[in-house]
Design a protein around this ligand. Structure first.
Ligand code: NAD
Length: 317
């Protein structure tokens, strides 16, 4: 598995990262043996980056990921573990200094770790961004100084949140951003922000190359927030691939992996089979390239919904 530099952190992460939200049963129940096997297989195939959050499955994802890593008996310095703070299933959003400071201790206990490599403020568009700038980031800096997190990140859907925050915090206080659903076949809008992020020295993680299930044969979960027009176009693209005996998922993974300015593509996985398929897609990309003809056909099907997204967060004033 190809390793890429993670911004200016000095970390090297696998181009395919393991999104652990499915381990919180958010896309359907995952038996513990299946979860352990998926994580073990990922490690064996060279995936070293794992992403979770207290929000996923109401803390279940963190606990299960911690269990899976312990079960795999992987040395701590061989994996890069990211979790988040500020978004909770039962409590909603709380980015106060007090809450995020308690949050990291709770996360470390669930994960069974002494430190995480990355701590993100999770979906910051759900609070006033000035709170993130003035209260949350300074609190995360203190957590970083305590050694409980090595690097600090911010995540969320609207791309405008990133320059808003990064233009107002001290250089170096945010190491990474995690964007989702903005770098895949149907939506490439993250690309416009890459030069700015580079100029700020901020590393880029892109999540959800399958648009949270839109670009799969099984389709999205019921809670998926996309407008119906986007869902039906993605369904049509998946049908087209299936009729040709191809996989929309493989094409989508490969498409997202092609941009080397993005350090890692986080894909949610809940079985060894999915791990094997996604790693195989990455390896095939590096040896044979992408299927250009199929890509052009799928891009044409998705053209009417290109960069179509959905609202997320509160009105910022
Ligand atoms: P995704 O686009 O990665 O899609 C995940 C879905 O695709 C799951 O149902 C999974 O089982 C399925 N899948 C994966 N590989 C497959 C394969 N080979 N064949 C068929 N189906 C396959 O969406 P995601 O899981 O939401 O995003 C990836 C990860 O990124 C998350 O798990 C999470 O860690 C992170 N993320 C973070 C944020 C945030 O911080 N705000 C938002 C979204 C995602």
């Amino acid at each position: 598995m190809e390793l890429r530099e993670l911004g200016g952190t000095g970390l090297r992460v696998s181009a395919v990262g393991f999104g652990a939200s499915p381990l919180g049963n958010v896309f359907g129940d995952v038996p513990r043996d299946t979860a352990r096997a998926a994580v073990r297989r990922a490690l064996d195939l060279g995936i070293n980056f794992f992403d979770t959050s207290p929000y996923y499955g109401g803390t279940v994802s963190e606990s299960v990921l911690g269990d899976c890593l312990r079960h795999a008996a992987v040395p701590r310095d061989r994996v890069v573990v990211a979790t988040k703070c500020g978004r909770y299933k039962d409590e909603g959003f709380d980015f106060s200094a007090d809450r995020v400071t308690r949050s990291i201790d709770e996360s470390l206990a669930r994960l069974g770790l002494d430190y995480v490599d990355i701590l993100h403020a999770h979906d910051i568009e759900f609070t006033h961004l000035d709170q993130i700038v003035n209260e949350t980031i300074p609190a995360l800096q203190k957590i970083k100084e305590s050694g409980k997190a090595r690097f600090i990140g911010i995540t969320g859907l609207p791309l405008s949140i990133y320059p808003y925050v990064l233009d107002r915090v001290a250089p170096g206080s945010v190491d990474l951003i995690l964007s989702y659903c903005h770098y895949g076949i149907n939506d490439t809008s993250l690309v416009d922000l890459l030069p700015y992020l580079k100029s700020k020295g901020v590393g880029v993680i892109s999540a959800s190359p399958l648009s949270m299930g839109l670009l799969t044969d099984n389709g999205p979960p019921e809670w998926h927030p996309a407008p119906e027009q986007l869902k039906s176009a993605c369904r049509a693209a998946a049908d087209h691939c299936r009729k040709k005996g191809r996989s929309i998922t493989k094409l989508a993974m490969q498409y997202s992996l092609m941009n080397n300015e993005i350090s890692t593509i986080l894909v949610g996985m809940n079985s060894s089979e999915q791990v094997e398929e996604n790693v195989a897609a990455a390896l095939e990309l590096s040896t044979s390239g992408i299927d250009e003809e199929l890509l052009r056909e799928v891009e044409a099907i998705l053209e009417p919904v290109k960069n179509l997204t959905w609202p997320s967060g509160i009105q910022q004033v």
